[in-house]
Design a protein. Structure first.
Length: 299
C-alpha cells in the first residue's frame, strides 16, 4: 500500500493565495486532492504537482466526501454551490465571514444533506505548512465531524475547536482581527507623529515593540474585570487620570499636524464613561468596554 492510499482524499474549492498554499501543503503531504477555481489557470498550475482539476464545482464536490471551501466571501460560497448535490458531503468552510453567516450556512448545508464545519484562518499564506510560524485555524460546529477530519485539517496549520455553535469560529476570527486593526491604528498614529522630525522610524520601532509588549497585560486584566464586573480593585491608572492625560495626546497631534482620527474613538469612549457617572473616576479603563453594546442599542 502506498502512502497516498492511507491519506484522506479531499476537494478544495478556491485557489487564491490562501487556497493555493493550502493545496500545495496537502499535496506535499500525500493527500489526493481535487481542485476547482473560477479561473482555470490557477487550478491547472497545480496539476503538475499532482492535483486533479475539476471542470465544475459539481464535479469537484462529487469527487470526495471531504470538501473544503476557501472562497472570496459567503456569497461566493452560495453561488459556487448553487444547484450542486451536497448529500453525504462534509463541508469545511474556510471562507472569511461573520458569525451570522456561519450559522446560516450551517443550516443551509444541513438542509441539503451535508455536514458542516465553519472556520476562521489565523494565518497568512506564507505561514501555511510552516508549523513554527504559529498559524492556526479556528473551527466550530459539529465536534464529531471535526474530530473525524482533524488529522487532515491540521496538515496545513494547527487547529483550535471553539464550540458547537457554527458562528463561533468567525466570532473568534473577527475578534482577533479587530484587535489587530486597532493595534495597527495606534502604531500608524505613532509613526505619523514623528514624520518630519529628526526621529527615524527605525529608531522608534524597537521602542514601540517593547512598550506594546509591556501593555499586553491589559488583555488578561480586562478579561478578568469583565468577568467579575469589578473595575475598581487594584487599579494602576484610573479612568479620571487617563481622560485628563488624553488631552496631551490630542494637543500633540494638533501641534504635529496629525489627524487624530485613529485614536479619538477610544479616547471619546473613556470620556463618555467618565461623564456618565462620577463614580467611574477611580475605575480601570476596561469599564469603558461596556458602553459599546449600549451605543449599538443592545443591553
Amino acid at each position: 500500500m502506498t502512502d497516498n492510499l492511507v491519506k484522506t482524499p479531499l476537494t478544495l474549492l478556491g485557489l487564491g493565495d490562501m487556497g493555493t498554499a493550502l493545496a500545495r501543503t496537502w499535496l506535499a503531504a500525500g493527500h489526493p486532492l481535487t481542485v476547482w477555481n473560477r479561473t482555470t489557470a490557477k487550478a491547472e498550475a497545480l496539476a503538475a504537482e499532482g492535483a486533479r482539476v475539476a471542470a465544475t464545482p459539481a464535479e469537484a464536490v462529487a469527487a470526495n466526501e471531504l470538501v473544503v471551501l476557501c472562497l472570496l466571501d459567503d456569497a461566493s460560497v452560495g453561488s459556487t454551490l448553487d444547484g450542486v448535490d451536497l448529500r453525504g458531503r462534509d463541508l469545511v468552510d474556510l471562507t472569511t465571514g461573520t458569525p451570522a453567516e456561519g450559522r446560516s450556512r450551517a443550516a443551509w448545508a444541513e438542509a441539503r444533506g451535508a455536514r458542516f464545519i465553519d472556520a476562521g484562518i489565523m494565518a497568512t499564506p506564507s505561514m501555511i505548512g510552516v508549523p513554527e510560524a504559529g498559524g492556526y485555524v479556528f473551527y466550530s460546529g459539529s465536534r464529531p465531524l471535526f474530530d473525524r477530519h482533524r488529522a487532515t485539517l491540521e496538515v496545513p496549520a494547527g487547529s483550535r475547536f471553539v464550540g458547537e455553535d457554527p458562528g463561533h469560529a468567525a466570532l473568534h476570527d473577527v475578534a482577533l482581527l479587530s484587535a489587530m486593526y486597532g493595534l495597527f491604528a495606534g502604531i500608524s498614529h505613532a509613526y505619523a507623529l514623528i514624520e518630519g522630525e529628526d526621529v527615524a522610524p527605525k529608531d522608534l520601532a524597537p521602542l514601540l515593540s517593547q512598550w506594546l509588549g509591556a501593555m499586553g497585560f491589559f488583555v488578561g486584566n480586562a478579561a478578568e474585570r469583565l468577568t467579575s464586573g469589578d473595575f475598581t480593585t487594584e487599579v494602576v491608572s484610573n479612568l479620571s487620570m487617563q481622560v485628563t492625560a488624553s488631552g496631551t495626546l490630542l494637543r500633540t497631534a494638533a501641534e504635529q499636524g496629525v489627524d487624530a482620527g485613529l485614536i479619538t474613538p477610544y479616547l471619546d469612549l473613556m470620556r463618555e464613561r467618565l461623564a456618565a457617572d462620577p463614580a467611574h473616576a477611580l475605575e480601570d479603563t476596561a469599564g469603558a468596554i461596556t458602553l459599546l453594546r449600549r451605543r449599538a442599542g443592545r443591553n
